[in-house]
Design a protein around this ligand. Structure first.
Ligand SMILES: Cc1cc2nc3c(=O)[nH]c(=O)nc-3n(C[C@H](O)[C@H](O)[C@H](O)COP(=O)(O)OP(=O)(O)OC[C@H]3O[C@@H](n4cnc5c(N)ncnc54)[C@H](O)[C@@H]3O)c2cc1C
Length: 398
């Protein structure tokens, strides 16, 4: 049984029907799956070895209309609804690809530009981001500040028509391939969060430098890097929105950013169950298939049940998101719970593969190492629980 047919089988059997997608979304899904198979899979091993993807795959994705899907057409996007982005995230997860940083580029960086950038800035960057000529990154985290973004030290001090940016960032996705970075910096260091702004730094600007690509336990084909800013002169028009309002803008985008992680987590969990179902049907031990042991079947039955619960919850959250009714706490529940579940499912599925599960040629091994970061980035799961506890009336406990 082929890899995709087995996923389809798991999806078709014992499934509460999904109601989110139209036939156009499903046609799009098929074209993304084809792209993953034809344009991504043949290169992916090399990308993992080199630690970054070829720029050509970005341009190919752009030509196929896979970048900045929800961007209005006047800026080079497809003007599509977020369900197309959801399909793209799901298919990338099902293809077990963790090298492409498309989601961050299209669904986090580009929307900040669209929502808060001036017209000149949007015209300069967005069409090139949609075509894949320019790659975007967002730099919040620093060596000394991750969860606590109020502790950001990078500064952007206004000097005439420009801001002088100084500081360093770390763990930046697309950091090595990127052409533009949205930088979180203090424009008024004395004011903490209320002195934070977002600026677009063009990586060609003098004083900007990319550091080393960071070696990671997973996401090996993704270029996670350090960035350095040494008196980078950034034109004032590259400020997003209003000075000192950066934190407010960061908060507004959180539900969708967190849902992207949850969407990938559920799709990867379903894929892991499908690979494992296929594997245990064929693998023999003690003269019978591993699937014939009741403990195996019960384990997979439990995992399929939990993945189903996650699927229904995430789909419902997306319905609310599309209606602009998804709050940050509920999106945080989805991010925390599904990424924890993903880690549990890939771990159990790896176990059912025995020693082969530990071998790189089996997709479950890669899914296992890739899953771990889902509980860390996009706000750690502990921070998610902080947000949730506040929403149930447990904020500011002494
Ligand atoms: C592969 C990868 C890609 C990334 N991509 C990006 C990117 O593109 N852009 C970007 O800006 N950042 C990126 N990050 C950074 C990521 O967002 C941070 O690592 C994350 O927010 C956690 O910050 P930290 O690493 O500083 O951990 P810390 O904040 O130092 O946390 C350490 C531990 O303390 C816990 N903790 C902290 N505060 C609290 C609290 N109040 N209550 C309870 N527990 C707490 C945390 O949950 C964690 O377990 C990436 C990280 C990785 C690993």
């Amino acid at each position: 049984m082929g890899y995709h047919s087995s996923i389809a089988q798991v999806a078709d059997s014992a499934m509460i029907p999904r109601t989110l997608f139209s036939s156009e979304h499903e046609t799009f899904r098929a074209s993304v799956a084809r792209f993953m198979e034809q344009e991504v899979k043949p290169h992916d091993e090399r990308w993992q070895e080199q630690g970054y993807v070829d720029r050509e795959v970005w341009r190919k994705a752009g030509r196929n209309g896979f970048l900045c899907l929800s961007m209005p057409e006047e800026y080079g996007g497809a003007g599509a609804d977020k369900l197309y982005s959801m399909v793209l995230i799901e298919e990338q997860a099902r293809a077990n690809n963790s090298s492409l940083g498309f989601g961050l580029h299209s669904e986090i960086v580009a929307p900040y530009l669209l929502n808060y950038g001036g017209e000149a800035l949007k015209k300069r960057y967005l069409p090139k981001m949609a075509s894949g000529e320019m790659i975007g990154a967002i730099a919040m985290s620093e060596p000394g500040a991750g969860s606590d973004l109020q502790a950001v030290k990078t500064s952007a001090i206004r000097k005439g028509d420009a801001y002088l940016v100084n500081g360093s960032k770390t763990f930046i996705t697309n950091g090595w391939n990127c052409d533009l970075v949205i930088v979180v910096a203090k424009t008024d260091p004395a004011k903490g969060a209320k002195g934070t702004s977002l600026l677009v730094v063009d990586t060609g600007m003098r004083g900007f430098a990319k550091g080393k690509r960071l070696k990671k336990i997973g996401l090996k084909g993704q270029d996670t890097a350090e960035l350095f800013f040494d008196n980078v002169e950034v034109p004032a028009e590259n400020l997003l929105g209003e000075e000192n309002n950066g934190f407010i803008y960061l908060m507004q985008e959180l539900p969708w950013e967190r849902m992207q992680i949850a969407i990938a987590a559920v799709a990867k969990s379903e894929a892991a169950i499908a690979w494992t179902t296929e594997y245990v049907r064929e693998r023999k031990a003690f003269g019978r298939t591993v699937a014939s042991f009741q403990t195996t079947r019960f384990r997979l039955a439990e995992l399929a049940t939990e993945a189903q619960i996650a699927r229904v919850f995430v789909d419902r959250c997306m319905e609310l998101l599309l209606a602009n009714r998804l709050d940050t706490a509920t999106a945080s529940m989805a991010k925390y719970w599904t990424s924890d579940l993903e880690c549990k499912i890939v771990d159990e599925c790896l176990q059912l593969h025995g020693g082969y599960g530990y071998m790189w040629e089996y997709p479950i091994s890669r899914a296992y190492v890739d899953a771990r970061v889902q509980r860390i980035y996009g706000g750690t799961n502990e921070i998610m629980k902080e947000v949730i506890s506040r929403s149930i009336g447990l904020g500011d406990q002494k």
